[in-house]
Design a protein around this ligand. Structure first.
Ligand SMILES: [Zn+2]
Length: 658
């Protein structure tokens, strides 16, 4: 492992102690083999003037909720040293009291809550303290005979302490050691916490950081020498992989109680993990470091031939684990957070794409590190009970509870066609706003950029062509694990001509885009939707179906047939509990089809002002794209859980239809 220190870059963070602290914290955070997603913590001790001009000794400790990779000055909590040192002397302290007293001792009450390791940082008698959960330290300390190996490797200059619960208990353990050991006098360079991580310290930011890198590198070199050869990674030929992935996501979502985004990783680490001959055993022993278990649970599910049976067994085992160790807590859901799928890779799950990606990063680290530990004498991580205490530790649960409330479509995957503008765009936007992961298909070349604006993915597709549509569907399943919501919207309003003069090509093109392309989409997407979570298909029709106008035969007929397609789909998919409905908008003028000139011309034809024309419905209200977008999002939501085959007009009321 290389030091990433760079003098020029360091100078841009400021030469003061906190500036340098920010810089080397980011250097730790930049390396996923040291810390991942909020793991690890750092500190610096300074003397400052308080508001009244009095000198006060402060320990700036990493604030909860900040990630080392992106931390700023504001991400450090300024805690009075005096209070932290006093706390270290108490015989016991509850976690709640510790958190409260740390906050009470901050010179800025608006700063983030200090890390739960603040007391430990304070008692280490050096200006800078760096703490990581390095993979190499996990592989070394969780290997069989890890303690003896660690001591042999690092010698007397590194203290090796047995695992205890992080927080006050850990601070107290180190406090007792410091009563007998003078770290400076004895030239101690770091502390290895068994099955947890590494602490280094120095009076200089660079020295503390580089000592960290040096010790981790020593661990890496040892492992490279002692570990037996890695097995060959292999991927099984699996034509059915995407369908199996969708089914797995459905199983896990049901167990979790909410739809989950699922990500399949086929990296070499993921594949070779599944290739371990005893993966079912060593994959189910435990995590690298306790705080990973908050994101990933203690262990993943290792899939056998029958995925449903594997997920069920995981849930049963989880319930048994809870019953065995619980003392009054409420059980969390029993769904796995990642699955080892031998021959295929690792599937990571999350409420959102971001969550699933975090789990995927931890899972990849886990795969590489457990495999390495297993090849270095055998993977022997923390006990079930130790992990339970972390998983159900109130301080950790509080971190998870802080997240925002669940959105209506969170964890769902939506496919929307014809969404570069107008109604289609509004639908994609409403679904994305309500938490869905949206993939938008359109022939417009700008669709990737247009969808990116709403956090969605856009794919340029001609919906009348078979293979590109199939590819877009497969891409969606590979990226997100399945498809729950399909909004079949693409359509055109062709040139208006009476039947006797109409060009055959206008008729054919209209039917192809407004009807046949929808049938083609259904043909390809329904197999996946059958394995969705709360699956829902919505067609965008038109008031024109029930109230046709002269000169619009192709359009009216295409929308009439589309309505019939919807009704048949509703009949066919009811046994799968998939809802199929159609929305009939009318007079939506805020689309790019309608320029102010076109609107004025149409209004004049009816002898109306533009305002009258826009609101020519029973309720005299203007219908906007967003009204349709929100209606479709509602139709895909649990509000419409028991509605199928329905035609919902959004037209302000029309006397020809009512
Ligand atoms: Zn830690």
């Amino acid at each position: 492992m290389q030091s990433l220190w760079n003098n020029e870059e360091a100078a841009t963070f400021g030469t003061d102690a906190l500036g340098q602290r920010v810089y080397t914290s980011r250097l730790l955070g930049r390396n996923p083999e040291l810390v991942l997603h909020g793991g690890g913590n750092t500190s610096v001790k300074v003397t400052e003037k308080d508001y009244f001009g009095d000198s006060v000794d402060i320990c700036y400790v990493k604030g909860s909720g900040w990630d080392l990779a992106t931390i700023e000055r504001a991400g450090f909590a300024p805690v009075r040293m005096e209070a932290l040192l006093k706390m270290a002397k108490l015989p016991t302290m509850t976690d709640e009291d510790m958190v409260l007293q740390q906050r009470a001792a901050m010179t800025n009450p608006n700063a983030p809550a200090a890390s739960i390791e603040a007391i430990l940082h304070a008692i280490l008698p050096f200006k800078f303290v760096d703490h990581s959960h390095a993979n190499a330290i996990s592989a070394l300390t969780c290997a069989k005979d890890g303690e003896a190996r660690t001591k042999e490797l690092f010698g007397s200059k590194v203290l090796v302490l047995p695992y205890v619960m992080p927080g006050f208990v850990l601070a107290k353990q180190v406090f007792e050691v410091l009563q007998k050991t003078d770290l400076r006098k004895e030239g101690i360079e770091g502390i290895v916490l068994m099955k947890h991580g590494l602490f280094t310290f120095a009076d200089d930011a660079k020295a503390s950081y580089e000592k960290h890198i040096e010790l981790v590198t020593k661990g890496e070199e040892y492992l490279a020498k002692k570990a037996s050869k890695a097995p060959e990674a292999f991927a099984a030929a699996n034509d059915n992989q995407l369908m199996e992935l969708a089914k797995l996501r459905q199983l896990v979502s049901k167990t979790r109680g909410f739809p989950q985004i699922a990500r399949l990783s086929t990296s070499e680490a993921a594949l070779s993990y599944g290739a371990l001959p005893n993966i079912a055993d060593c994959g189910a022993r435990g995590p690298l470091t306790p705080d990973h278990s908050i994101r990933t649970k203690r262990i993943p599910v290792v899939l056998g031939d029958d995925h449903a049976a594997s997920v069920q067994k995981f849930a049963d085992d989880y319930a048994a684990y809870f019953t065995k160790h619980a003392s009054g807590q409420t059980m969390l859901d029993a769904a796995p957070r990642f699955a080892v799928w031998p021959g295929n890779g690792i599937v990571s799950f999350g409420d959102t794409l971001k969550d699933a990606k975090i789990v995927a990063d931890i899972a990849e680290s886990t795969a590489a590190t457990v495999a390495l530990g297993e090849r270095t004498g055998g993977w022997a991580p923390l006990s079930e009970k130790d992990i339970f205490d972390i998983e159900y530790w109130d301080l950790e649960q509080a971190k998870l509870r802080k997240g925002p409330a669940r959105k209506v479509h969170q964890g769902k995957v939506a496919l929307v066609t014809g969404c570069a503008a107008g109604i289609g765009f509004a639908i994609a936007e409403s679904l994305a706003e309500q938490g869905a992961q949206v993939v938008g298909l359109d022939i417009d070349k700008e669709i990737p950029d247009i969808m990116a604006k709403i956090g969605a993915i856009g794919i340029v597709v001609n919906l009348t062509e078979d293979q590109p549509v199939q590819d877009a569907i497969d891409f969606t399943v590979r990226e997100f694990g399945g498809i729950d919501i399909v909004v079949s919207n693409a359509g055109i309003f062709p040139k208006n001509d009476p039947l006797d003069v109409m060009a055959q090509t206008d008729w054919d093109r209209t039917l192809m885009i407004n009807l046949t392309s929808h049938q083609k989409l259904m043909n390809k997407v329904i197999p996946y939707v059958k394995h969705s979570v709360d699956g829902s298909i919505i067609f965008v029709g038109s008031r024109n179906f029930k109230a046709p106008g002269p000169g619009a035969s192709a359009y009216s007929c295409s929308k009439a047939a589309l309505t019939q397609l919807c009704r048949v789909a509703a009949l066919e998919l009811a046994p799968w509990k998939i809802r199929v409905n159609i929305v009939h908008p009318d007079a939506v003028f805020d689309t790019k089809l309608w320029t102010p000139e076109a609107l004025a011309k149409s209004a004049a034809r009816y002898n109306m002002t533009v305002e009258e024309y826009k609101t020519k419905n029973l309720m005299k209200v203007e219908i906007r794209s967003k009204d349709i977008g929100n209606m479709v999002a509602a139709m895909a939501s649990p509000l419409f859980a028991k509605v199928t085959g329905a035609q919902i007009p959004v037209d302000g009321g029309n006397d020809r239809v009512i």
